[in-house]
Ligand binder design. Structure first.
Ligand code: HEM
Length: 344
């Protein structure tokens, strides 16, 4: 694989983002049955099959270079998308270590890391970066350690401090989120930042998930999938920019639905960090157009049934109300009524 493996594409303006056939094939389709309801859907973050999105702990794909360019634009316009409270600096270094060691180990053709005690040498070939620095000394990097490495890694990242039997969102870089704000949520705890989610509090999901996370062990990361839908392949659907993208939801027509409507899947992984005892929460976003999705018949069939039967309050929370009927109409033409098997 050469650097031309990476696509030259945009997630704003002319929206040239597309998936290659290989990227469609490895898309982390999130539904294991024909219905969807919230659950504590947590599993060990074990290596998946070759070429899948979970074969390595950190997934770098063909959209890497373009996504990093989009992140740089978001940060240039709004530096508050990256924030860290002062007590999180040790967790920031933990995160830098986790990402650099994973990326260099799993993608040696693109990244390399040499360590001589605290003297580290990092090379990122796709982005043309060659950096020597002292681990633990933030003055030797052009940004704080969290910002430095996450400007070079796909996905949003939150660092959670653990105290008082709760998790506190005390640092993060969030530039490709599904309509929530780091600036608003910073300093909140697990139950507070999940406040707007319908049903899941009453179902006991957040109490059980929190209990599980408080006992997360070093070296035993976990993952879960979450999903929503986005109009246009826009990464930055933040509340801060709602005036730019909210209106897009009213622009879906039977003619453009296949290209405009995207399934947005978040592969979320959590690791306990060794020095700080903090937890890192990664939110890796995958987009796929309806036209691409129905090229896999079992996915078109299943998504049609999931969307058709999704309770209205969940559809509303996910912001789908304006274009749900048009999307269902399109998908129904790809559902022959055949039974589907669980899993896949
Ligand atoms: C939604 C953050 C872990 C379940 C959300 C939202 C945020 C968030 C910011 C959006 C809330 C809003 O509307 O403003 C986090 C962070 C986590 C975490 C930082 C790291 C500890 C989990 C876990 C679960 C979970 C372990 C497991 C059950 C959910 C669900 C939603 C949600 C079901 C609603 C998603 C949707 O319908 O699209 N989370 N979350 N979260 N979270 Fe989490």
């Amino acid at each position: 694989q050469t650097p031309s493996f990476f696509r030259d594409e945009t997630f704003r303006g002319d929206f040239t983002f597309e998936n290659s056939p290989e990227a469609i094939h490895r898309f982390p389709f999130p539904f294991d049955r024909d219905q969807y309801m919230y659950a504590v859907n947590i599993e060990q973050h074990m290596p998946g099959p070759p070429k899948s999105a979970t074969v390595f702990p950190i997934d770098i794909d063909e959209h890497y270079v373009a996504e990093m360019a989009d992140r740089a634009k978001v940060l240039a316009d709004d530096p508050l998308r990256c924030q860290s409270l002062p007590h999180m600096i040790t967790a920031e270094w933990d995160l830098l270590e986790l990402l650099m060691t994973s990326m260099a180990r799993d993608y040696p053709e693109w990244f390399s890391l040499e360590r001589d005690g605290a003297r580290w040498h990092w090379i990122n070939r796709p982005l043309g970066i060659d950096q020597r620095f002292t681990f633990g000394d933030a003055a030797t990097l052009p940004h704080g350690p969290m910002e430095y490495i996450t400007r070079q890694c796909q996905g949003d990242f939150c660092l959670l401090d653990q105290r008082d039997d709760n998790l506190w969102l005390d640092a993060g870089i969030v530039t490709s989120q599904a309509d929530w704000s780091l600036d608003f949520d910073l300093g909140m705890n697990f139950i507070e930042w999940h406040g707007p989610v319908p049903r899941a509090h009453d179902m006991g999901i957040f109490d059980r998930a929190l209990k599980f996370l408080l006992n997360l062990q070093i070296g035993r990361p976990i993952r879960r999938l979450n999903w929503t839908m986005t109009i246009n392949p826009r990464l930055d659907t933040s509340p801060e920019n709602y005036h730019r993208w909210g209106i897009d939801r009213t622009t879906v027509t039977p003619e453009n639905v296949g290209d405009k409507v995207h399934l947005r899947v978040e592969l979320q992984a959590l690791w306990r960090l060794p020095r700080s005892n903090a937890i890192v929460f990664s939110i890796r976003c995958y987009l796929i157009k309806m036209r691409e999705l129905v090229s896999v018949p079992k996915w078109g069939r299943r998504l049609h049934r999931v969307l058709r039967d999704l309770p209205d309050d969940l559809a509303d929370y996910k912001g789908m109300t304006h274009y749900r009927a048009t999307t269902l109409d399109y998908l129904s033409r790809h559902d022959d009524g055949a039974p589907t098997s669980p899993g896949f």
